[in-house]
Design a protein around this ligand. Structure first.
Ligand code: 5AD
Length: 347
C-alpha cells in the first residue's frame, strides 16, 4: 500500500485494480499518508489558496426523477419556485459586494428557462459584473444550447456523470440515459468550457469497483473541476430508508481525485459539511481547494432541498465567508476571492 501511494504521488496515475485495492484496504495510518500527499499535491499547484464561489439556486423545478434527489418531479412535498432575472441579478450583486467573482447558477432541469432567457441572463451578468466567471449547473441541454451560452460568455459548466456504470445509472435515473449524459459531457469539453463532473459516494448499489471506474472516468477526461459528496438520504425519495454515505470514504475519494488530477478545481462540498460539523475543513485537508457559499435568498434556499440537512449548514453568505476565513486559517489555507480558473486556462 505504501508503495502504491508513493507511485500515485509521483506519477498521478493508478490502474483500476489499484484504486479498488486502496478503497477496500486502506487503514487509518495510511489514510493520513494519503491525505498528506493529496494536500501536498494541491499545494504544489495552487499553494494554500482556497477559491470561493457564490451559488445561486434559481429554480427547483425539475423534469427528472433521479431517485436520490429531493427535487425530483414526483416529490409533491416541496414548494416549487423560480427566481426571476432581477432576483438572480440581485444575488449576484450581493455576492459581488462580498468580493465573489464566480457565480454558479444552478437549477433543476426546468424548461421555463429556455435558451434565449439563459443567454440574456449570461450576457447581463457578464456586462454588469466586471471580471466574473459564470458557471452553469443546469443539467442536460442540447449542444446548440451549450454553444449559445458559451458564446454569450458562460465560462464553466458542472454536470456530474453521477456514475458511468450502466446498471447503476439506469437504476438511479429512470427516464434518463447514460449515453446522453456522456454525450453532454463530450460536448461541453469540446465547446471549450472548463467542465466539471463527479459523483455521489455511497449510493445504494455502488461497489468499490464502480467507484474505481467513476474515478478513472474523471481522470481519463481530465476534467477541470470535480464535485464529490456523500449520499444523504432525502425523506421524500425512494431512497429515504438507505444509509448515508461514509465521510471517510468520501474523503478518500477526494484525496484520490486530487492525486490523479493534480490541477483540478475540487470543492469541499456542502454534502461534506452536512455529514460532519468540520466537513469543509476535512475536505480541504484531503485535497479540496474550492468552497461554495450560498447566495440564494433564504426563501429559495429552504426549498432547494436536494438532500436533507442542507439548509442547516448554509448560512447567509456574509456569515459563511467569515466562518470559512477563520476555519481555513487553522488549516494553513487562505481564501482567494479571484475568479479562480483552472491553472493555465486561457479564457
Ligand atoms: N445526496 C448527495 N448528493 C446528492 N445530489 C443529489 N441528491 C443527492 C443526495 N441525496 C447531488 C447530485 C447532483 C448534485 C447537484 O447534487 O450528484 O449532481
Amino acid at each position: 500500500m505504501k508503495k502504491l501511494l508513493e507511485k500515485l504521488y509521483v506519477t498521478n496515475t493508478l490502474a483500476k485494480d489499484e484504486i479498488m485495492y486502496i478503497l477496500s484496504n486502506i487503514n487509518d495510518s495510511l489514510e493520513n499518508d494519503l491525505f498528506r500527499l493529496a494536500n501536498l499535491t494541491k499545494k504544489n499547484h495552487y499553494g494554500n489558496k482556497v477559491y470561493i464561489r457564490g451559488l445561486i439556486e434559481f429554480s427547483n423545478f425539475c423534469k427528472n426523477t433521479c431517485k436520490y434527489c429531493g427535487l425530483r418531479c414526483q416529490n409533491k412535498n416541496i414548494n416549487r419556485y423560480r427566481l426571476m432575472k432581477n432576483e438572480i441579478l440581485e444575488c449576484c450583486h450581493r455576492g459581488y459586494k462580498l468580493g465573489i467573482r464566480t457565480f454558479v447558477l444552478q437549477s433543476g432541469e426546468d424548461s421555463y428557462f429556455h435558451d434565449e432567457l439563459l443567454v440574456e441572463l449570461t450576457k447581463e451578468i457578464k456586462y454588469l459584473f466586471n471580471n466574473t466567471a459564470v458557471t452553469f449547473s443546469i443539467g442536460e441541454k442540447s449542444r446548440t444550447c451549450y454553444k449559445k451560452l458559451y458564446k454569450a460568455g458562460a465560462d464553466r459548466y458542472l454536470l456530474r456523470q453521477e456514475t458511468v456504470n450502466k446498471n447503476l445509472y439506469q437504476n438511479m435515473h429512470p427516464r434518463m440515459s447514460l449515453e446522453n449524459r456522456l454525450r453532454c459531457l463530450t460536448n461541453l469539453l469540446d465547446i471549450g468550457y472548463q467542465t466539471g463532473s463527479g459523483f455521489i459516494v455511497g449510493l445504494p448499489g455502488q461497489t468499490d469497483e464502480i467507484l474505481a471506474e467513476d474515478i478513472l472516468f474523471l481522470k481519463n477526461n481530465n476534467f477541470q473541476m470535480v464535485g464529490l459528496g456523500a449520499f444523504i438520504p432525502h425523506p421524500d425519495t425512494p431512497l429515504s430508508s438507505y444509509n448515508q454515505g461514509s465521510l471517510r470514504k468520501t474523503l478518500i475519494c477526494v484525496a484520490l481525485v486530487r492525486l490523479l488530477l493534480p490541477k483540478t478545481l475540487l470543492p469541499a462540498t456542502t454534502a461534506l459539511a452536512v455529514i460532519s460539523p468540520d466537513g469543509w475543513n476535512k475536505g480541504i485537508i484531503a485535497g479540496a481547494n474550492v468552497i461554495m457559499l450560498n447566495l440564494s435568498p433564504s426563501s429559495a434556499r429552504e426549498n432547494y432541498e436536494i438532500y436533507q440537512g442542507k439548509n442547516d449548514v448554509s448560512d447567509e453568505a456574509e456569515i459563511s465567508l467569515q466562518k470559512v476565513k477563520n476555519d481555513l486559517k487553522n488549516s494553513g489555507s487562505q481564501v482567494d476571492m479571484g475568479r479562480g480558473d483552472y491553472i493555465g486556462w486561457n479564457y
